[in-house]
Design a protein around this ligand. Sequence first.
Ligand SMILES: *Cc1c(COP(=O)(O)O)cnc(C)c1O
Length: 400
Amino acid sequence: MTTCSPVSHALTAGGLRSGDQAPEAVPGSEPIRFLDLQSMNAEVWPEISERWQTLFASGEFIGGRAVEEFERSWAAYCGVRHAVGVGNGTDALVLSLRALGLKHDDEVIVPANTFVATAEAVVLAGASPRFADVCPDTLLLTPESVRAALTPRSRVLVVVQLYGQVADMDALAEVADEAGLFIVEDAAQAHGARWRDGRAGSFGLAGCFSFYPGKNLGAAGDAGAVVTDDDALADRLRVLRDHGRTGSHHAHIEVGTNSRLDALQAVVLSAKLRRLDAWNASRRQLMARYRENLDGSAARLLSVAAPVTPAHHLAVVRVPRRADVRAGLAERGIATGIHYPTPCHLSPAFTDYFDRPLPVAEAAAEEILSLPLSPHLSTADVDRVSEALLDLLHGLESKR
Ligand SMILES: *Cc1c(COP(=O)(O)O)cnc(C)c1O
């Protein structure tokens, strides 16, 4: 359960989830939270409370205007024709893959270094995940790693835009074309990130989003969406998410499921969407500061390829002696996360799909550490985290 958890950084209303290293108070310095969801929520609360009141009085909880409004604005923001709201990000992936009509023998290529839901969705959609290694500098898929994972059974390539970065979509589209694969994007960590002029989620046949509270665009509970330019796919997803209904309440044309976006969540998402660009810009500024502070040190931030404007969902550094570094930061009141400690191909849940070692993902899993990052974090806090990190690395080095 703690393995591959995307929520090790997530704050519930009151504080840290179990499994996090809770920051302890140190005299003279306030603890630094991993994610400051409270400040984001406070910014949107006046607008949300007003709209929730109206919605509650109307009783329009499932579907309706609030959901349609958010779906329209999310599609427009991503630069595509359709956004189909669903219950969560995992279902966004499952329903997209189901809509492609995969069969039991079909393989879906997924990176080994991702949240477990990416691979889980493939199995839930009735196909087999085939794990691919990642690039050591970005921890994203590369054309070479995808080529190495291709088999005659490959049908779909799921490109995960991990940590708010975007993979090389030109090169990956070329490989997918050559091999006759559909591209589905897992953009659950990349709301608003760009590759050249396009938004994450708009590059494949379908772009899957999670609006889990801790994501860059987060609801007040579970929510998700699929974006697509394909009219037929959008229609199919609308049928699948609502018990296979075609419009009429009692006409079920296939076995669907119940995975709809709640109106109450749509209201939260519409309010937060208006702030997403500003919040992402703040994340980029803070990351630039981390980069400046840590430049040339043993704490190596992942690199960003030139045509990418990242959304920086997470601030991931690779450090030696991670357990000691992490404990040292916790002692100084600084909360961190690990995304993810076990690459999916080594997770007990996926032993049936293990076929070969993937050295880059495996080595990275030992070293990666996610530093505090959220739009309302101060530059002074970034400096404090950086100084503590440099100090710890220096101390560990001289103790060798
Ligand atoms: C969060 C996440 C998901 C799953 O989203 P849920 O809304 O939690 O189901 C899938 N893939 C990645 C990369 C994620 O970070």
